[in-house]
Design a protein around this ligand. Structure first.
Ligand code: FE2
Ligand code: FE2
Length: 154
């Protein structure tokens, strides 16, 4: 299989955390991020449309059905994560309106950071805890067939 085409959660999360660092209040300047609030907002909306939208879709429509029903805790965590996706979607739309950009960018950065941390530190470890080694392997293989990188490899 050509691993280049695999959807990589870890890769996207790394990019998301970098973005959060660059748009939160008091962030340090960076080569890739525009200096003005308007520029930052446009960059963030583009990042959302080009990376996050697809990432959220795959988490909700590929990963979630795979783990649905295996534990009430995982179902509850996923319900919370989907709500967070919707809040981030709304905020991305709101960033197109050029007012209160400093507050909105700060909020977007903090929400995204917290969301990714919940997935990495709570959701993924929980899935690993609940599923046996054998089931995890099978899950990874099914995800792989759908073009989804093994999220438990790292
Ligand atoms: Fe997510
Ligand atoms: Fe994610």
């Amino acid at each position: 299989m050509n691993t280049k085409n695999l959807f990589s959660i870890a890769h996207d999360h790394f990019h998301g955390l970098m973005l959060a660092q660059m748009i939160k209040r008091g962030s340090t300047t960076s080569d890739v991020m525009p200096v003005t609030l308007e520029g930052k907002a446009k960059y963030t909306v583009r990042f959302f449309e080009q990376e996050l939208e697809n990432h959220f879709y795959l988490e909700e429509h590929v990963l979630q059905p795979e783990v649905k029903g295996i534990s009430p805790e995982i179902d509850a965590i996923f319900a919370k994560l989907v709500k967070e996706h919707n809040n981030i979607r709304k905020l991305a739309k709101d960033l197109k309106i050029e007012e209160d950009l400093e507050d909105k960018l700060d909020l977007f950065g903090r929400m995204l950071e917290e969301h990714i941390t919940t997935e990495e530190k709570i959701l993924f470890p929980k899935i690993q805890e609940v599923l046996s080694e054998h089931d995890l392997q099978q899950l990874a293989e099914r995800l792989n067939k759908k073009g989804y990188e093994n999220i438990f490899r790292y």
